[in-house]
Design a protein around this ligand. Structure first.
Ligand code: ADP
Length: 915
């Protein structure tokens, strides 16, 4: 673009510079002429103009002033020319003496002066141009001597008496004729350069008889006057003149017409004067005195001269014409130049315009591209946002469905439990109210049946939960499947018998396979229960066990009511019941069994399928690998082995105190006796009591149930973890239902372990031991930086509470940088000095150091337990200057805050502790 803009500018300047070079130098020349009354002077002007036309580099103006033979007038003319601002003066003085002062004056002003033809009486002029009148006179003398052949009488008609040409011409004429004694100048008369005057004075001579042989007139016009006088008087003397011009009255014509016998060439010097003027003004070299050549002309070469002169004049005419044409051409060229200049200017402007248009178009394109890109980005972002929104909607929907399902689940389960519980409570009430001592067995059986049902339901629900959280593990045994199946089917015989259903088992002789007896029992229990439930009295049920392609296929076939075809796709969905309207009070189900069975078969690397026809019967079948993949077996066996090994390793350590919190007395007792075998045990029936015990004697570990009156396990754990004196005590929460676990997780209260009831005693003991050991290691790794909780152990209970209260108040203002000892004293309702003294006594720290220590220990806790940056930790703990915080922290804990966590948590077990 820049180059494009530069091009027109360069062209423009070129055009301008070209225009400049065409300019001519302006020159003004003033010419003061003594007279213009004769041909000779007119010829002089013509020659000047002709010469001027040859200098094309100059724009020459020639101002001619005619003094008309008047000295005063000529002086005035010169003054006017100077006033007009001429660059150079050419002067042909009328008379020498009167004109000399003004010419000197002009010269002294610094204006160059060329004196032409006539002279002045001073050297103060720049150059002189003129013919030599003395030589002219001599030429005339020689011509006269020739014509007179050395003998005769002469009449001399002079120019203006006193004028230098007249004087010098006379002198030269006499110089030559003095050489001829027989030639005499009889008479000298003044003709004043004029025809009429010459004729008049000649008439006065010729009117009387005369023996004049030759008349010498100082110029050709006067010679013609002489001729007219002679012819008037019938005389024919030799007549000679001076000038030799080719004009009608000029010397050449006089000769050719026979009026005179000869003439002397006297050049005007007009052309020479212009040449010298240009040289002077352009500071080129020139001669100061420029004398023009002269020569005599007689009839023998007058014709030739005339012809030459005519030719010159013709040429001159042509030159003039050419000049005229050239002038016109110049005009045209100038016009064209101007036009071209204008054209170039327009083209330049057009180029500039086009350049600007291209530039702005490019810019527009560029901006459009940027806008397009931005639009694209916005579109993509919109798309992303829309996708995210859709995703959120989808997740919300799933969440809604999940919530709905949970609600349904709890409604159904509550219903189930209520039914079973009322079936249990009714006979119990009856039994309690009965005065009979004999126990009514059928009532007890009903109680037993419903209790079993409840237990089974609870088990099924917990199984579901385990499957959902991928915690259900396959524990296979390598055993005879036929034996196992026989036992299971036999167990169902009484139930089948009650409906007079024929229960058959088709099995091979023996079939050793890998199977999880618990899973297989649950699967078969469900399938056989359903088969009996949905088969009418006296129906038939067939259990088949077949081995083919290293897979064991088991099917349970009945000839019961069957499942409507449109229901089949849904029967494995949880809570789905294909025969919900069927009135089978006793056999009412929840729609859980098949869904769970399908999952259990899946865990066993099989797939549960169904074939059914309404009124014909139903067959459920599945196949499992005869030999389970090794990895699975190894994993399950390995884990079990590990557990038993570690069981053996657990050693009693009575220096450790474990606080057990459980509201159920029975369970509390069992837990206390189990854990008491290994550790010192304290017990509490709820969270509140537990906190009191913790305040009195810090235990090494807390094991707490979640659901408790007064204060539940979650609140208790939160209290322990937010108190800097106790936050390091590990907490194990015991939960009966897994749903609680997600609640705990979301609360993120900082519990160290969760165990689901019923828990394995060994797992509980080993986890408790690990946690306490990790805590010990952490303490060791923290080395010398003692936590306040440790330093307070040996002081009185009341003092401990006092310090704890101080810490708690500081915690409430932990992020307030301006919180100082004064504020703490106010909050504790104490004077500043007594608070200071008490803190000093109990902790051996100054008040300000105590507050700082609490802040830093809180920071340490945040750094260890939370995933937040050092800056944020500093601000949260009331340090506005992060550098100062890092310095204090490093002094307290020997590590920079940024490296603290890594330094402390280098050991894996400590990580366990913190996480
Ligand atoms: P339920 O507790 O209701 O038996 P299940 O999940 O075990 O729940 O079974 C789901 C549904 O599938 C049952 O409600 C019943 O409608 C149908 N079903 C299961 N087994 C059979 C069967 N052998 N014959 C007919 N229908 C059956």
């Amino acid at each position: 673009m820049k180059r494009l803009l530069l091009l027109p500018l360069v062209l423009f300047f070129l055009a301008c510079s070209n225009q400049d070079s065409q300019r001519q130098k302006k020159i003004v020349i003033g010419f003061s002429q003594c007279t213009t009354g004769d041909d000779w002077r007119m010829t002089m002007h013509e020659e000047m103009l002709r010469e001027m036309s040859l200098y094309r580099d100059y724009d020459i103006s020639l101002i001619i002033k005619d003094a008309q033979d008047d000295n005063e007038r000529q002086i005035q003319d010169i003054k006017e020319l100077v006033a007009a601002g001429i660059d150079l003066l050419i002067v042909s003085p009328n008379e020498a003496d009167p004109l000399t002062p003004i010419v000197e004056q002009v010269y002294e002003q610094g204006i160059p002066v060329i004196v032409i033809d006539r002279k002045i009486n001073s050297e103060k002029f720049t150059a002189y141009v003129g013919a030599n009148n003395l030589l002219t006179g001599k030429e005339a003398g020689r011509l006269a001597a020739e014509l007179l052949n050395g003998k005769g009488k002469i009449l001399e008609i002079t120019g203006l008496t006193g004028s230098t040409p007249a004087i010098e011409r006379s002198k030269g004429f006499r110089d030559i004729l003095s050489q001829y004694p027989d030639i005499t100048i009889e008479q000298v008369l003044e003709g004043a350069w004029l025809i009429e005057e010459a004729q008049r004075i000649t008439d006065s001579v010729f009117a009387h008889p005369t023996d004049i042989d030759l008349v010498f007139a100082h110029n050709d016009p006067m010679a013609y006057g002489v001729y007219r006088s002679a012819s008037k008087h019938g005389l024919s003397p030799y007549i000679i003149g001076v000038d030799g011009l080719n004009t009608p009255r000029g010397g050449l014509n006089n000769i050719l017409n026979g009026y005179v016998s000869g003439t002397v060439l006297y050049p005007t010097g007009g052309d020479k004067a212009i040449q010298i003027a240009i040289n002077i003004l352009s500071e080129k070299p020139y001669d100061r005195f420029n004398y023009l050549k002269t020569a005599k002309i007689d009839p023998t070469h007058a014709r030739t001269l005339k012809l030459q002169s005519d030719q010159i004049q013709e040429q001159q005419a042509k030159i003039d014409l050419q000049r005229e044409y050239m002038g016109e051409m110049d005009y045209l060229i100038n016009k064209q130049k101007n036009f071209l200049f204008l054209l170039v200017l327009i083209v330049l402007l057009l180029i500039l315009l086009v350049g600007l248009i291209i530039y702005f178009l490019n810019k527009k394109n560029h901006i459009n591209k940027i806008l397009d890109a931005k639009n694209k980005t916005i579109e993509q972002q919109n798309k992303k946002i829309t996708q995210q929104r859709d995703e959120v909607v989808r997740v919300l929907k799933i969440a809604e469905e999940a919530t709905e399902m949970k609600l349904r689940f709890f409604t159904n389960i509550s219903h189930e439990f209520r039914t079973s519980l009322s079936l249990i409570s009714l006979p119990i009430n009856d039994l309690v109210a009965s005065e009979e001592k004999v126990i009514e067995k059928d009532k007890l059986l009903s109680i037993q049946k419903n209790t079993n049902r409840l237990i089974r339901l609870a088990e099924e629900i917990l199984d579901f939960r385990k499957i959902d959280t991928h915690k259900y593990q396959l524990n296979t045994i390598h055993a005879d499947m036929v034996k196992f199946m026989t036992e299971v089917v036999t167990a169902f015989q009484p139930k089948a018998d009650r409906k007079r259903i024929h229960l058959h088992l088709h099995v091979p002789g023996s079939l050793v396979a890998d199977f999880d007896p618990t899973i297989m029992e649950k699967v078969m229990f469900n399938l056989l229960s359903n088969a009996i439930k949905y088969t009418q009295q006296e129906g038939e049920i067939m259990v088949n066990v077949v081995l083919s392609n290293s897979r064991v296929t088991i099917s349970v076939e009945d000839n019961g009511i069957g499942i409507p075809e449109h229901q089949i796709p849904y029967i494995f969905d949880i809570f789905h019941r294909a025969h919900a309207n069927l009135h089978q009070q006793e056999e009412e189900g929840m729609g859980i069994g098949l869904s769970l069975t399908k999952e259990l078969v899946h865990i066993h690397h099989g797939m549960l399928k169904v074939k059914s026809q309404v009124g014909q019967g139903t067959t459920f079948y599945f196949s499992i690998p005869q030999i389970q993949p090794k990895a699975m077996k190894a994993a399950t066996h390995g884990e079990a082995g590990e557990l038993s090994e570690s069981d053996a390793q657990i050693k009693a350590d009575k220096s450790k105190t474990v606080l057990i919190v459980e509201d159920n007395e029975e369970l509390l007792e069992i837990l206390a006796s189990t854990i008491g075998q290994y550790f010192e045990v304290r017990t509490a029936s709820n969270g509140k009591k537990a906190l009191e015990i913790i305040a009195l004697k810090q235990p090494h570990l807390v094991i707490s149930d979640i659901c408790m009156p007064a204060m539940d396990g979650i609140e208790l754990c939160a209290e322990i973890k937010k108190n800097p004196l106790t936050f390091q005590i590990p907490v194990i929460l015991l939960t009966a239902i897994d749903a609680q676990q997600s609640k705990i997780n979301s609360f993120n209260i900082g519990a160290d372990e969760y165990l689901t009831k019923p828990f394995n005693k060994h797992v509980l003991i080993s986890r408790a031991k690990n946690l306490m050991e990790s805590r010990e290691k952490l303490k060791l790794s923290l080395g010398k930086y003692q936590f306040l909780s440790d330093s307070l152990k040996d002081i009185e209970q009341a003092d401990q509470e006092f310090v704890q209260q101080c810490i708690s108040i500081i915690h409430q203002h932990i992020s307030d940088e301006s919180f100082h000892l004064d504020h703490l004293a106010d909050a504790m309702s104490m004077s500043r000095s007594s608070l200071y003294r008490k803190i000093k006594k109990l902790t051996d720290m100054r008040g300000v150091d105590f507050i700082k220590k609490v802040r830093l220990q809180y920071a340490a806790k945040l750094l260890l337990n939370e995933d937040i940056g050092v800056n944020e930790v500093a601000w949260l703990c009331g340090f506005s200057d992060v550098k100062y915080f890092s310095k204090c922290f490093a002094r307290e804990f020997e590590h920079n805050p940024s490296k603290f966590k890594n330094a402390i948590l280098s050991a894996k077990d400590i990580q366990d502790f913190v996480s």
